[in-house]
Design a protein around this ligand. Structure first.
Ligand code: AMP
Length: 283
């Protein structure tokens, strides 16, 4: 695997490749890799001539400075995992490579409704930061295929919106990959590294409450279903940002189900100091 730390060097190398019947798959990450990330690499490797993974803990997307400080960094292990997965390129830039002009003065992206609900509402500025880094990375890597995890459901929608906003000559195809879970059902996440074994067992309740919503979903009023999930989580000591059932295509929260509309349930909770998110398509 080739490791690039400098934007210009990576760009030159990518430009030097013969582009005829050639495709680049790109997997942006913040490191502290787990099998969920590796599943994206594998998907990319399957469909592209070259797979580029980036590891960059993006300061611009952390609305909570403590969350940024405590974000796990396991770079040596990450490199080993990427090598084992036969990833072709790792882009490992410094903050100044990504934000040569600094990152406090920011361009604003019009994300509309998406920025007013769920993660957008509870993490002000977060999606602006996500768009800044993803736009920059896409301009550097210029991939044909971008691989994202359903684990970050709303982020996938934001990035799809960003790609439409971007004035790109080339079409970037977005590929959304399923959420990889532990055998217990807990969604794999870099933030799980901050949980003790006991906390991981408790964190499983997030998946269980999504399953409860899915299994009990019925036409009509669905507020009671949300309440049940909230009680289940609160009884285990979670602090809840949201438990929401929304239209799977628009993320508009709903309270009544007609039995047909495609739905997704989304949860964001704190277990002690660690914020965890998960979601499940319901029908
Ligand atoms: P992150 O490093 O958390 O920013 O995630 C990088 C990419 O990996 C994003 O597209 C995530 O949605 C995806 N991802 C994170 N966790 C999982 C998982 N458990 N299964 C599949 N993809 C994931």
């Amino acid at each position: 695997m080739r490791i690039f730390k400098k934007t210009a060097v990576l760009k030159d190398w990518l430009n030097s490749l013969n582009k005829i019947s050639f495709s680049i798959g790109f997997v942006p990450t913040m490191g502290a890799l787990h099998q969920g990330h590796i599943s994206l690499i594998q998907e990319s490797k399957h469909h592209n001539s070259i797979t580029v993974c980036s590891i960059f803990v993006n300061p611009a997307q952390f609305n909570d400075p403590k969350d940024f400080e405590k974000y796990p960094i396991t770079i040596e292990r990450d490199i080993e995992m990427l090598e084992m997965a036969d990833c072709d390129v790792l882009f490992l830039p410094s903050v100044s490579e990504i934000y040569p002009e600094g990152f406090s003065e920011a361009k604003q992206y019009d994300l509309g409704f998406l920025e007013t609900v769920l993660e957008g509402k509870y993490r002000p500025g977060h999606f602006q930061g996500v768009c800044r880094v993803v736009e920059r990375l896409l301009e550097i890597v210029v991939p044909n295929n971008l691989y994202l995890g359903q684990k970050d459901y709303q982020q996938c929608m934001v990035i799809a919106h960003l790609v439409k906003l971007m004035d790109q000559q080339s079409n970037i195809q977005i590929n959304i990959c399923p959420t990889l879970r532990e055998a217990s059902g807990l969604a794999m996440s870099s933030r799980n590294m901050r949980l003790s074994e006991k906390e991981k067992n408790i964190a499983l309740t997030i998946f269980q409450s999504l399953e409860l919503i899915k299994n009990k979903l019925a036409q009509g009023d669905i507020n009671e279903l949300k309440r049940e999930a909230i009680i289940m989580l609160e009884q285990k000591g979670f602090r809840i940002d949201y438990v929401e059932i929304a239209d799977a295509n628009t993320l508009t929260p709903i309270t009544e189900w007609d039995g047909k509309q495609k739905l997704v349930a989304l949860i964001a909770v704190y277990l002690n100091e660690v914020r965890l998110i998960d979601n499940m398509i319901l029908n």
